[in-house]
Every structure is written in C-alpha cells, then in structure tokens.
Write a new protein. Structure first.
Length: 204
C-alpha cells in the first residue's frame, strides 16, 4: 500500500484530502507546515507528497527544494488554489511530479496520485531487478579484460533484459555458447532451462 503525506495549513482541506485518499486505498499522514513535514519525512519517506503551494513560513516551492534533497525518491504533487501557471512551471522545474489546482475534481486527484505511485513502484521494481542481476553469482565465467571482451559484456548487459533475438557470430571455439549462457543468466527467463543445440550435428 502506497503512502501519501498531505502538507496543507488548512485543517479542513487536510481532512478532506485524507478522506479521499483513504477511500482510494492509500495510507496518509498530515502536516500543517514545512517544518513538521520535514520531521515526518525524516522518520519515514512517503511515496507521494501532496504539497500546498501556499504555506506559513516556508512556502511550498522552498519546501519542495528541501524535499528533493532529503527524500529524492518521493514524488511531489503540488496543489495551488491560485491557478498560477508560473508557480506550477517553477514547481515542475524544481522536480515536482505534477500539480493540481483548487477546486479539484476527486477523480482527477486520485488519477494523479495513482500515476505518481505507479511511477514510484516501477522505479523500485527496476532498482530491485538491477540489484538482483548484480548480486547474482554467475556460474559462467568470462575470462579476459581486453577492450573486445569489455564491449561484448557491455552488449550482454544491454540485450539480456530484453526479449530481442540475438545472433552470435564467430569462429568455432571462441566462446559463443559461453556468451549465450551469460545472456540467459541475466535474462527474464534465467529460471528456465538453458538448452544449447549444436546445429552442425543436425543432418539436412
């Protein structure tokens, strides 16, 4: 379940947003000002931060800059009740994921939050996949540190996660099957059998 931190100085607005997001299946937290928001973020990074542009003390844009430093993985959705296009553009340039104006449509709000969470979840999935590939112990060892070998290994890392068909060409004994096995080990089908077939032994 994704988490959303609501930062708005209007208590009624905070309660309204929390009610809408709770019905949407999100866990919510609330803060009335920038200082409180930063304290909550320091304890637990929220997936999405719903941030009002107008806040007492530290305004929304200044808080956005602090958030991108302290919790860069969080997606920030700005809320403005003034319809300020310039402020919205500034927020996007500072790293905001999206913005919504007041008064807002509940369905539109939920759609933006959904997109922000999907973006977060996808990034996490990619990071986990990358970590698993890097941590996986290769049963196939490729020896050599020449520029040619480094180029081959770089290409393996590029094509392995895709579903593309790969043709390996080279003289007999240069290690085509080793590279094919390496591609398989780093592919999405690494848990399936690797089956080499010697086409040279197959009669016409």
């Amino acid at each position: 379940m994704n988490s959303v931190l609501i930062v708005d100085d209007n208590r009624e607005m905070r309660d309204l947003l929390a009610a809408i997001l709770d019905q949407g299946g999100y866990t919510t937290g609330m803060a009335a000002d920038g200082e409180t928001a930063l304290k909550k973020i320091a304890k637990k990074y929220p997936d999405v931060i719903l941030l009002d542009l107008r806040l007492p003390g530290m305004d929304g844009l200044a808080l956005l800059e602090q958030i991108k430093i302290k919790s860069p993985a969080s997606n920030v959705v700005m809320i403005t009740g003034h319809g300020g296009v310039k402020d919205a553009v500034n927020a996007m340039q500072l790293g905001a994921f999206d913005f919504i104006g007041k008064p807002f449509d509940n369905d539109e709000l939920l759609l933006i939050i959904k997109r922000a969470c999907e973006n977060i979840n996808l990034r996490r999935e990619l990071e986990n996949t990358k970590a698993q590939l890097e941590a996986q112990k290769e049963s196939v060892k490729v020896q050599g540190d020449s520029p040619a070998i480094r180029t081959v290994l770089k290409l393996v890392r590029i094509v392995a996660p895709t579903s593309m068909t790969v043709i390996l060409q080279g003289e007999s004994g240069v290690g085509k099957e080793v590279i094919a096995n390496l591609i398989h080990r780093h592919s999405q089908r690494h848990d399936k059998p690797f089956i080499p077939v010697d086409c040279g032994t197959i009669p016409e």
